[in-house]
Design a protein around this ligand. Structure first.
Ligand code: DUC
Ligand code: ZN
Ligand code: ZN
Length: 470
């Protein structure tokens, strides 16, 4: 099957150029001057997609999702089937999910469990990071084995004592192992020991509403953990990627480390750019439970949101992913009625990331090139997928989105919603743009006629080492 995407503006981090894109089978075969002749096309074309007035961008890469994550006595409500279908609807053609090893389990068993959930069920391509919930001799050895299997990044938690938590000695050992095998350590940077004390004290005072989730995880707990993680990485020489950063002070600490030349990187998520402690977490009654996630939403009064946009412009934050971890309100979020600490942590956004960050372009926060860079090209480079993914170039996978900057998307539960949730955390958001066509390895998954994807077509991606590391 040969497809020609005509008359569009191809956007990459390097610039915007009027180009026709020829797709042959699963990959891009040529970029041609607009209006290519049949000689230049060297043969018949089976399908033509008209992208006049539209952007042609590499498919989105969401480097942080949690399909079916066990959390707080329940499971994230999207399966790999429902979650990757929603991703495709929103222009995301690759996800990297987190396989889980809990304390006492073999790492290899945790990874096998994630393959069992995902393999044969995905609509788009997928890779895994590995959560190490119990650092010991066996799990450190397993890290080397996993690198050979294309799992080249490992997440540790400085939060959630008794669940995923690693102490500083364990973190140091895992970082030494990462330095040895070339992999990337990803860090959930919050001081969980201090947070658990603050949570117990708040509950003892009768402070049970969702906003106390945020108030008991003050920015200092994120900044302190960020600093500690950077220092441990510095001792070991290992690279470090800090996930879901929300506090401006934590990103300033990251920026200072980057300015010293350390291999440290930061990620944020749409919820930290748009939503706030006061408006969402502080919504009346139990409503705020919809936005309980960790790290928490931050105060707008303190100005975190604007600072995060600025740090995206200066590349102190390198990537926007979602931390997609959806829970229904009924029966899941409601587990925390009367006790905010029992509300499962997470927000569902995998469907809306490309649109929400495009709105940042419309609002003057980012250039269109930077939008592509932080949602696709940098995630590909950071996690060993480039140039197979994250590029519009001959030889790359034909994961392509045709995006209409003159289109419109109304986000809401009854409107554009394919995630397996009973509400939208983004209800009422209006986007001045629209995902028109989504192609995964040469196959059109979404167009004006609707959805054409096939469950199980998504392939597991064996990833290389990060391309940002020397
Ligand atoms: N944060 C969340 O909000 N959900 C899942 C795990 C995490 O770290
Ligand atoms: Zn986390
Ligand atoms: Zn996460």
């Amino acid at each position: 099957m040969r497809t020609l995407i005509r008359h569009g503006s191809v956007v990459t981090p390097q610039g915007i150029q009027a180009m026709d894109v020829l797709v042959d089978g699963e990959t891009i075969s040529a970029l041609l001057a607009p209006g290519a002749t049949s000689d230049e096309l060297a043969g018949a074309v089976d399908r033509v997609i008209d992208a006049r007035g539209k952007y042609v961008i590499p498919g989105g890469i969401d480097a942080h999702t949690h399909m079916e994550l066990p959390f707080g006595g329940t499971f994230a409500s999207d399966t790999f089937e429902t979650g990757t279908r929603a991703a495709a609807w929103g222009g995301t053609t690759t996800i990297i999910d987190f396989a889980v090893q809990r304390y006492g389990e073999r790492v290899q068993d945790g990874l096998a469990a994630w393959h069992a959930k995902a393999d044969g069920n995905c609509f788009v391509d997928y890779g895994f990071h590995q959560i190490i919930g119990g650092v010991d001799d066996d799990s450190l050895k397993a890290m080397d084995e996993l690198v050979d299997e294309g799992i080249t990044s490992f997440k540790l938690f400085m939060a959630y004592p008794g669940v995923f938590y690693s102490d500083d000695g364990q973190i140091l050992r895992a970082m030494q192992q990462a330095k040895h095998n070339g992999s990337m350590i990803m860090m959930h940077a919050e001081n969980g020991i201090a947070i658990d004390v603050l949570v117990a004290q708040a509950l003892a005072r009768g402070e049970t509403a969702p906003i106390h989730h945020g108030l008991t995880r003050p920015w200092e707990t994120e900044e302190e953990a960020t600093h500690r993680a950077i220092m441990l990485a510095r001792i070991t020489g290992a690279p470090l990627y800090i996930v879901h950063m929300s506090a401006k002070q934590a990103v300033q600490t990251l920026q200072e480390a980057r300015d010293l030349g350390l291999n440290v990187f930061g990620e944020t998520c749409p919820q930290y750019l748009y939503l706030s402690l006061e408006e969402q977490l502080g919504a009346p009654g139990f409503e705020g439970a919809k936005w309980v996630c960790s790290t928490p939403l931050r105060s707008r009064e303190e100005g975190h949101q604007d600072e995060l946009w600025r740090y995206l412009r200066t590349n102190d934050l390198s990537i926007v992913s979602t931390d997609h971890c959806p829970f229904c309100f009924k029966e899941q979020k409601e587990l925390g009625l009367g006790d905010f600490s029992k509300i499962p942590n997470g927000i569902g956004s995998v469907e809306h990331r490309m649109d929400l960050i495009y709105q940042g372009v419309v609002d003057g926060q980012l250039s269109v090139e930077r939008w592509v860079e932080i949602t696709s090209t940098t995630p590909a480079r950071m996690f060993g997928l480039y140039p197979r993914k994250g590029a519009i170039a001959p030889g790359s996978d034909a994961d392509i989105v045709v995006y209409d900057p003159n289109g419109h998307t109304s986000i809401g539960f009854d409107k554009t919603h394919h995630m397996n949730m009973d509400h939208s955390a983004w209800e009422g958001y209006e986007i001045d743009g629209h995902v028109d066509v989504v192609m995964s390895r040469g196959e059109v998954l979404v167009d004006e006629q609707g959805f054409h994807g096939t469950k199980g077509r998504g392939r597991f991606l064996k990833r290389d080492l990060s391309q940002y590391l020397i």
